[in-house]
Design a protein around this ligand. Structure first.
Ligand code: ADP
Ligand code: 5GP
Length: 190
């Protein structure tokens, strides 16, 4: 059986990664599996442990790093985030295309470890649109919003690190563009 693709989806906080991912997951023909990350950040209303993330303490996270259980990990605005390694490999061996939704530093680690990873950077139509989306989500306080926006300005200069850049003007357009990329990569592998 053909091993599944490793797909990295990055982009600034609030650009719409989670929303576009949910749309892509509805398309069964893409054979996608989402890799659930581990994080030390607090759980948001509506989130569930083991669905959006595995929410763990700093001590537990550090233990996982020391034991070598994470494919990559990074700190983002004061919290740790990381990708559990064994699950990704297991799913790819089963032929699933595994989607990682991770920030830039972790993405660079994965690109180095897995040069064949399909890396995609999602960009907003403008900084104003990005700010409106972060605020519209109403999940962060003002201080965190400001930190995430400042971080986004830096991140947007680094889209060149990725194999593909996709504009999230509408969720349907962005999901369709990513689906095309995934299909063309699957065709290339066969
Ligand atoms: P991320 O996962 O990148 O942090 P989210 O998926 O949580 O971002 O999206 C942030 C907010 O922007 C959400 O309220 C979402 O509904 C909204 N959003 C996402 N994509 C679009 C879009 N194309 N146009 C307008 N709003 C969007
Ligand atoms: P949020 O707190 O908004 O859910 O995520 C903050 C940032 O962390 C986002 O850019 C998200 O993609 C990233 N992120 C989520 N999981 C991981 C992970 O496992 N590793 C890394 N490096 N970044 C992650």
């Amino acid at each position: 059986m053909q091993k599944g693709l490793l797909i990295i989806l990055s982009g600034p906080s609030g650009v719409g990664k989670g929303t576009v991912r949910a749309k892509l997951m509805q398309d069964e023909s893409l054979n996608l599996c989402y890799s659930i990350s581990m994080t030390t950040r607090g759980i948001r209303p509506g989130e569930e442990n083991g669905r959006e993330y595995y929410f763990v303490s700093r001590e537990e996270f550090e233990k996982q790093v020391q034991e070598g259980n994470l494919l990559e990990h990074a700190e983002f605005v004061g919290n740790y985030y990381g990708t559990p390694k064994s699950k990704v490999e297991e799913l790819r061996e089963q032929g699933k295309n595994v989607l990682l939704e991770i920030e830039i530093n972790g993405a660079q680690t994965v690109m180095e470890k897995c040069p064949d990873a399909v890396s995609i950077f999602l960009v907003p139509p403008s900084m104003e649109a990005l700010e409106a989306r972060i605020r519209g989500r109403s999940t962060e306080n003002e201080e965190t919003i400001q930190k995430r926006l400042a971080k986004a300005r830096g991140e947007l200069t680094k889209s060149g690190l990725y194999k593909f850049t996709v504009l999230n003007d509408s969720v349907d357009n962005a999901a369709a563009a990513i689906a095309r990329i995934i299909r063309s990569q699957i065709a290339k592998e066969n």
